[in-house]
Ligand binder design. Structure first.
Ligand code: AGP
Length: 634
């Protein structure tokens, strides 16, 4: 979705803003722009399309301004045209605003402001904001004259945001106040970075980490003034707040491709490390059935996992797929009935709450609007029930502990995958599935639903996974790259899986459609004959995940049904398996593991297949069309 950057300091702002926007490109956008303040004038440059178009426009312009804001826009209100790109300005082009989110009451405001003589130049909701600020500067509403006299710009922004409804984050500059950058947060992320004599703001941390790791995330209903003297934070009500920055444990190299052609490929290759980190962080690696303590240390507050009798998980997209694997694990290992719901559906039709329900929100970004809205709704209904036992049983699984999710839910399992730049989630999916292994094992241990020897066996299996992923990457990538050549004309794919590998079929299909724009459907293998089989012919490849375990023979029979309809069969299969060799036209073999652990391995060839098909088609793998890394609008 949209990206915001802002800078005030001693260096030329344009370079820093452009660099920041590049770091936010991965979030998806269709136009971009910059505004700076130099010698009492506002300079605004905007361009449709990629950042290079904006770069071309500012190339050669001498602009040493030390204050500025920048934006990448993902169109919601108004087409992706230059006149709709941010920053937007007031009638006299003194105030510039960039916004992420949606101003819901913009129509009424626009009419009111037009009636007062304000001239509008775009079709966006955002444009009302600079006009509103200009109006409040001209006709201050606040009765406390001393505040207006002392901080006229800040007060005008504060008065304006109090007129807005919706979810938004803003950065605002004013040519008449060249030492102030004002930022606002209301239900959309905004982070402040604190450097030496310079300050940054951004909607996401990658734009800040190259400069500083000391950050201050704003909360909803807060605004801040960044000036050469420091950062002041206020509530929308005008109260000054004291906040302490925290240090991000990132290093700037994480946001580089490090020799890989695309971030997605780099992130696929980072998965062995992601699994290792999870094991080291949450498991007692020396644990055995004879050990005294628990095998898992999740470091959650008391009461969160006690007496759970029902689990409901809310998530979107790939996180929803990881949650389906989680459902399987929690049910099979800890014997707790588990439901997984799309966050966007849950909000309007939540399942009944019981005293013993644990609600889990899963989101790698921690900023997905649908997931946050569902969890806020869940939190409210728990409060309204006025039952103390309900309160603590909420848990978040995220890769961004600095995100809105972590501020909404204090109990978090941090997936520690490191920043993921590719829009198509890969390593964060694996990290989320790993989080579910540790959670399910913790619940199983507490509830004594598994013999200790079985827990030990699963832990042993988990410890083998990093090396096994490495072996799949090593042995498969070349072959899959070659195989990808044969799908140049393919328009439809079917992915089949059963049991714990059904979500992997969904995930394989999602990866392919996201980045290659090929239509792909994931289906439970046994359901194919109830409908989708009608789609099959020689032009539709079928990818089936057939791993040893409870459903192996069944999946092989389902694959045969597809073969009988002339479909080309590709199998994610156990290594050296004669049965599989007999069934499939092409095979993507992975090491034989406990069925329960197989999703971590079976997803790897499917990620590679999607990647190479898209790369072969010359598509923008890391920033596929129409998609955003974190979807911050509902
Ligand atoms: C994953 O490849 C997708 N880009 C998308 O489905 C994503 O998983 C979804 O938007 C949820 O994001 P989140 O995990 O940040 O909440």
């Amino acid at each position: 979705m949209c990206g915001i950057v802002g800078y005030i300091g001693t260096r030329p702002a344009s370079d820093i803003l452009m660099e920041g926007l590049r770091k936010l490109e991965y979030r998806g956008y269709d136009s971009a722009g910059l505004a700076t303040v130099l010698e009492g004038e506002l300079h605004c440059v905007r361009a449709k399309g990629k950042l290079q178009n904006l770069q071309d426009k500012i190339e050669g312009l001498e602009n040493p301004a030390r204050l500025g804001i920048g934006h990448t826009r993902w169109a919601t209100h108004g087409k992706p045209e230059e006149h709709n790109a941010h920053p937007h300005t007031d009638t006299y082009r003194r105030i510039a605003v960039v916004q992420n989110g949606i101003v819901e009451n913009y129509r009424e405001l626009r009419e009111e402001l037009k009636a007062k003589g304000h001239e509008f130049r775009s079709d966006t909701d955002t444009e009302v904001i600079p006009h509103l600020i200009a109006e409040h500067l001209k006709n201050p509403l606040n009765t406390d004259a001393s505040l207006i006299e002392r901080d006229p710009f800040l007060e005008a922004v504060r008065a304006s945001v109090n007129c807005l409804t919706g979810a938004f984050a803003l950065a605002v500059i004013n040519a008449d106040f060249p030492d102030e950058l004002i930022v606002v947060r209301q239900q959309a992320p905004l982070i402040i970075g604190l450097g030496q004599g310079e300050f940054f703001c951004a909607s996401d941390t990658p734009a800040i980490v190259p400069h500083t790791r000391a950050v201050l995330p704003l909360e909803n209903g807060e605004l801040a003034r960044l000036s050469p003297l420091g950062v002041e934070i206020y509530t929308f009500g005008g109260d000054r707040l004291k906040k302490h920055p925290f240090t991000l444990n990132w290093n700037p190299i994480m946001v580089e491709k490090q020799g890989f052609k695309h971030f997605m490929l780099k992130e696929i290759y980072e998965q062995p490390g992601v699994v290792r980190t999870c094991l080291e962080t949450y498991l007692d690696t020396a644990w055995s059935a004879d050990s005294k303590g628990a095998p898992v240390q999740l470091k959650l507050a008391d009461g969160v996992l006690d007496g759970v009798e029902h689990v409901q998980v809310v998530a979107c997209g790939t996180s929803w797929h990881a949650s389906l694997v989680g459902k399987y694990l929690i049910e099979q290992l800890a014997n707790i009935p588990t439901m997984v719901q799309y966050a966007s559906e849950f909000r309007y039709s939540p399942s009944p709450l019981t005293r013993h329900t644990l609600t889990i929100g899963v989101t790698q970004s921690g900023e997905t609007a649908d997931t946050l809205a569902a969890l806020e709704m869940e939190q409210k209904r728990r409060e309204q029930a006025r039952d103390a036992a309900l309160a603590p049983r909420m848990l978040g699984i995220t890769n961004r502990p600095e995100s809105s999710l972590s501020r909404l839910i204090p109990n978090i399992i941090d997936t520690h995958a490191g920043i993921e730049i590719g829009v198509a989630a890969t390593k964060t999916f694996t990290a989320q599935v790993m989080a579910f292994y540790v959670l399910a094992l913790d619940l199983a241990y507490r509830r004594q639903t598994l013999p200790l020897e079985r827990i030990e066996q699963i832990l042993d299996g988990l410890r083998q996974l990093p090396a096994q992923i490495e072996s799949v990457l090593e042995s498969q990538e070349r072959y899959i790259e070659e195989l990808a050549h044969s799908f140049g004309e393919t328009q439809d794919f079917i992915y089949l899986g059963r049991g714990i590998n059904f979500p992997i079929a969904l995930e394989g299909a999602l990866k392919l459609k996201e980045i290659s724009y090929i239509h792909a459907e994931g289906y439970p293998a046994g359901e194919m004959k109830h409908g989708p089989i009608a789609l099959l012919d020689a032009k539709v490849p079928v990818v089936a995940i057939a791993m040893p375990g409870t459903v192996y023979d069944k999946v092989l029979s389902n694959a045969q049904e597809a073969k009988a309809r002339d479909a080309r069969l590709i199998g994610v299969v156990p290594m050296n398996d004669p049965e599989a060799e007999h069934t499939f036209d092409q095979m993507l073999p992975v090491p034989v593991v406990d069925e329960l652990l197989s999703p971590i391995l079976t997803v790897i060839p499917l990620q590679l297949l999607a990647y190479h098909i898209a790369a072969r088609r010359g598509l923008d793998v890391d920033q596929p069309r129409n998609l955003a890394k974190s979807v911050t609008v509902e």
